[in-house]
Design a protein around this ligand. Structure first.
Ligand SMILES: [Zn+2]
Ligand SMILES: [Zn+2]
Length: 212
Protein backbone atom coordinates (compact mmCIF):
# COMPACT_ATOMS: atom_id res chain seq x y z
CA UNK A 1 0.00 0.00 0.00
CA UNK A 2 1.10 3.52 -0.77
CA UNK A 3 0.07 6.14 1.81
CA UNK A 4 1.15 9.74 2.08
CA UNK A 5 -0.23 12.51 4.27
CA UNK A 6 -0.27 16.14 3.07
CA UNK A 7 -0.80 18.86 5.65
CA UNK A 8 -2.75 21.54 3.81
CA UNK A 9 -4.13 25.05 4.23
CA UNK A 10 -4.38 27.55 7.04
CA UNK A 11 -5.98 25.02 9.43
CA UNK A 12 -3.32 22.40 8.62
CA UNK A 13 -5.72 19.62 7.66
CA UNK A 14 -4.17 16.21 6.97
CA UNK A 15 -5.18 14.98 3.52
CA UNK A 16 -4.34 11.39 2.56
CA UNK A 17 -3.42 9.81 -0.75
CA UNK A 18 -3.88 6.04 -0.54
CA UNK A 19 -3.03 3.77 -3.41
CA UNK A 20 -2.44 0.25 -4.67
CA UNK A 21 1.07 0.26 -6.13
CA UNK A 22 0.28 -2.61 -8.51
CA UNK A 23 -2.84 -1.22 -10.15
CA UNK A 24 -1.96 2.51 -9.63
CA UNK A 25 -5.52 3.09 -8.40
CA UNK A 26 -5.80 5.61 -5.57
CA UNK A 27 -8.20 7.38 -3.24
CA UNK A 28 -8.00 10.89 -1.84
CA UNK A 29 -9.34 11.18 1.69
CA UNK A 30 -10.13 14.84 2.50
CA UNK A 31 -8.71 17.01 -0.30
CA UNK A 32 -8.02 19.79 2.22
CA UNK A 33 -7.57 23.44 1.39
CA UNK A 34 -4.99 24.49 -1.22
CA UNK A 35 -4.20 20.95 -2.45
CA UNK A 36 -1.32 21.81 -4.81
CA UNK A 37 1.20 19.44 -3.23
CA UNK A 38 -1.38 16.65 -3.24
CA UNK A 39 -2.16 17.22 -6.93
CA UNK A 40 1.56 17.28 -7.76
CA UNK A 41 2.01 13.91 -6.05
CA UNK A 42 -0.98 12.44 -7.89
CA UNK A 43 0.47 13.57 -11.22
CA UNK A 44 4.06 12.58 -10.44
CA UNK A 45 2.95 9.13 -9.27
CA UNK A 46 0.65 8.74 -12.26
CA UNK A 47 -2.11 7.73 -9.84
CA UNK A 48 -5.59 7.06 -11.19
CA UNK A 49 -7.83 8.53 -8.49
CA UNK A 50 -11.02 6.48 -8.26
CA UNK A 51 -12.82 8.57 -5.68
CA UNK A 52 -12.46 11.60 -3.41
CA UNK A 53 -13.81 10.73 0.05
CA UNK A 54 -14.88 13.33 2.63
CA UNK A 55 -14.66 12.33 6.28
CA UNK A 56 -16.92 15.33 7.02
CA UNK A 57 -17.89 18.63 5.45
CA UNK A 58 -15.78 21.14 7.39
CA UNK A 59 -14.27 23.67 5.03
CA UNK A 60 -10.63 22.85 5.83
CA UNK A 61 -11.23 19.23 4.78
CA UNK A 62 -13.23 19.85 1.58
CA UNK A 63 -12.28 23.26 0.15
CA UNK A 64 -9.86 21.78 -2.40
CA UNK A 65 -12.32 19.19 -3.75
CA UNK A 66 -13.22 21.04 -6.97
CA UNK A 67 -9.56 21.50 -7.89
CA UNK A 68 -8.66 17.86 -7.20
CA UNK A 69 -11.75 16.79 -9.16
CA UNK A 70 -10.80 18.96 -12.14
CA UNK A 71 -7.36 17.39 -12.27
CA UNK A 72 -8.42 13.79 -11.69
CA UNK A 73 -12.06 13.53 -12.85
CA UNK A 74 -12.81 11.52 -9.71
CA UNK A 75 -16.31 11.48 -8.18
CA UNK A 76 -16.88 12.68 -4.60
CA UNK A 77 -18.40 10.74 -1.70
CA UNK A 78 -19.62 11.75 1.76
CA UNK A 79 -22.23 10.77 4.36
CA UNK A 80 -25.70 12.27 3.81
CA UNK A 81 -25.93 13.45 7.42
CA UNK A 82 -23.27 16.08 6.65
CA UNK A 83 -25.23 17.65 3.80
CA UNK A 84 -26.42 20.50 6.05
CA UNK A 85 -22.82 21.24 6.96
CA UNK A 86 -21.82 21.07 3.30
CA UNK A 87 -24.62 23.53 2.46
CA UNK A 88 -23.17 25.89 5.09
CA UNK A 89 -19.78 26.27 3.32
CA UNK A 90 -20.43 30.00 2.66
CA UNK A 91 -20.96 30.57 6.43
CA UNK A 92 -17.93 28.42 7.30
CA UNK A 93 -15.89 30.51 4.87
CA UNK A 94 -16.84 33.76 6.63
CA UNK A 95 -15.94 32.32 10.06
CA UNK A 96 -12.38 31.74 8.99
CA UNK A 97 -12.13 34.63 6.53
CA UNK A 98 -11.61 32.78 3.27
CA UNK A 99 -13.51 32.83 -0.03
CA UNK A 100 -16.37 30.35 -0.39
CA UNK A 101 -14.97 27.23 -2.07
CA UNK A 102 -16.49 25.91 -5.25
CA UNK A 103 -19.15 23.30 -4.56
CA UNK A 104 -18.84 19.83 -6.08
CA UNK A 105 -21.56 17.33 -6.84
CA UNK A 106 -21.77 14.45 -4.37
CA UNK A 107 -21.94 11.27 -6.46
CA UNK A 108 -21.92 8.67 -3.70
CA UNK A 109 -23.49 8.72 -0.23
CA UNK A 110 -21.40 6.75 2.23
CA UNK A 111 -23.04 4.38 4.69
CA UNK A 112 -21.98 2.63 7.87
CA UNK A 113 -20.39 -0.75 7.16
CA UNK A 114 -19.92 -0.12 3.45
CA UNK A 115 -16.66 -1.31 1.88
CA UNK A 116 -14.77 0.84 -0.59
CA UNK A 117 -12.42 -1.03 -2.94
CA UNK A 118 -9.29 0.42 -4.48
CA UNK A 119 -7.14 -2.22 -6.14
CA UNK A 120 -6.35 -4.66 -3.35
CA UNK A 121 -7.24 -2.13 -0.62
CA UNK A 122 -10.49 -2.39 1.34
CA UNK A 123 -11.70 0.58 3.36
CA UNK A 124 -14.60 -0.02 5.71
CA UNK A 125 -16.81 3.01 6.36
CA UNK A 126 -17.43 3.58 10.08
CA UNK A 127 -20.12 6.14 10.97
CA UNK A 128 -18.50 8.21 13.73
CA UNK A 129 -20.71 11.28 14.36
CA UNK A 130 -20.20 13.82 17.14
CA UNK A 131 -17.65 16.31 15.82
CA UNK A 132 -19.91 16.59 12.77
CA UNK A 133 -23.32 14.91 12.30
CA UNK A 134 -22.19 12.87 9.29
CA UNK A 135 -18.56 12.23 10.18
CA UNK A 136 -17.17 8.92 8.95
CA UNK A 137 -13.84 7.19 9.52
CA UNK A 138 -12.17 4.76 7.13
CA UNK A 139 -10.75 1.49 8.52
CA UNK A 140 -8.23 -0.69 6.69
CA UNK A 141 -8.33 -3.91 8.72
CA UNK A 142 -5.63 -5.71 6.75
CA UNK A 143 -3.18 -2.80 7.04
CA UNK A 144 -4.15 -2.06 10.67
CA UNK A 145 -4.90 1.59 10.04
CA UNK A 146 -7.80 3.98 10.56
CA UNK A 147 -8.27 7.46 9.10
CA UNK A 148 -10.22 9.02 11.95
CA UNK A 149 -10.00 12.67 10.85
CA UNK A 150 -11.50 14.93 13.55
CA UNK A 151 -12.83 12.19 15.85
CA UNK A 152 -9.61 11.26 17.65
CA UNK A 153 -6.27 13.06 17.81
CA UNK A 154 -2.97 12.40 19.57
CA UNK A 155 -3.87 13.24 23.22
CA UNK A 156 -7.09 14.98 22.20
CA UNK A 157 -10.52 14.49 20.63
CA UNK A 158 -12.60 16.45 18.13
CA UNK A 159 -14.24 19.70 19.22
CA UNK A 160 -18.01 19.65 19.55
CA UNK A 161 -18.75 23.35 20.02
CA UNK A 162 -19.29 24.04 16.30
CA UNK A 163 -22.80 23.79 14.72
CA UNK A 164 -23.81 20.13 14.49
CA UNK A 165 -21.38 19.06 17.21
CA UNK A 166 -22.54 16.68 19.96
CA UNK A 167 -20.12 15.68 22.72
CA UNK A 168 -21.92 12.57 24.09
CA UNK A 169 -22.32 11.29 20.53
CA UNK A 170 -18.59 11.82 19.85
CA UNK A 171 -17.64 9.88 22.98
CA UNK A 172 -20.04 7.11 21.97
CA UNK A 173 -18.47 6.96 18.48
CA UNK A 174 -14.97 6.69 19.97
CA UNK A 175 -16.05 4.07 22.54
CA UNK A 176 -17.98 1.83 20.16
CA UNK A 177 -16.18 2.27 16.81
CA UNK A 178 -12.54 3.14 17.60
CA UNK A 179 -11.69 1.70 21.01
CA UNK A 180 -12.99 -1.67 19.83
CA UNK A 181 -10.12 -1.87 17.30
CA UNK A 182 -6.80 -3.62 18.08
CA UNK A 183 -4.32 -1.58 20.16
CA UNK A 184 -1.69 -1.60 17.41
CA UNK A 185 -4.07 0.07 14.91
CA UNK A 186 -2.37 3.17 13.51
CA UNK A 187 -4.57 6.27 13.70
CA UNK A 188 -4.25 8.96 11.02
CA UNK A 189 -5.83 12.05 12.55
CA UNK A 190 -7.30 15.02 10.71
CA UNK A 191 -4.79 17.37 12.33
CA UNK A 192 -1.46 16.77 14.00
CA UNK A 193 0.61 13.60 14.30
CA UNK A 194 -0.48 10.00 13.86
CA UNK A 195 -1.02 7.83 16.94
CA UNK A 196 -2.30 4.36 17.81
CA UNK A 197 -5.52 3.13 19.41
CA UNK A 198 -3.51 1.58 22.28
CA UNK A 199 -1.62 4.78 23.08
CA UNK A 200 -4.82 6.83 23.16
CA UNK A 201 -6.60 4.14 25.19
CA UNK A 202 -3.87 4.39 27.84
CA UNK A 203 -2.95 8.09 27.82
CA UNK A 204 -5.61 10.31 26.18
CA UNK A 205 -6.88 12.64 28.96
CA UNK A 206 -10.26 12.99 27.25
CA UNK A 207 -10.86 9.25 27.40
CA UNK A 208 -10.46 8.76 31.14
CA UNK A 209 -13.41 6.61 32.18
CA UNK A 210 -14.29 5.87 28.53
CA UNK A 211 -11.40 3.60 27.64
CA UNK A 212 -11.30 0.20 29.34
ZN1 LIG B 1 -13.74 19.20 11.43
ZN1 LIG C 1 -10.49 19.50 10.82
Amino acid sequence: MFHRVFTLGQLQCNASLLGDEETREALVIDPGEDPRTLIDAIEEGDWRVKEILFTHAHIDHVAGAAEVQRRTGAPVAMHAADLGLYDSLPEQATWIGMPTPERVEIAHWLEEGEEIECGSLRLKVLFTPGHAPGHVSFYLAEQGMILSADVLFRASIGRTDLPGGNHPRLIESIRTKLLTLPDETRVIAGHGPATTIGLERRTNPFLVGVAV
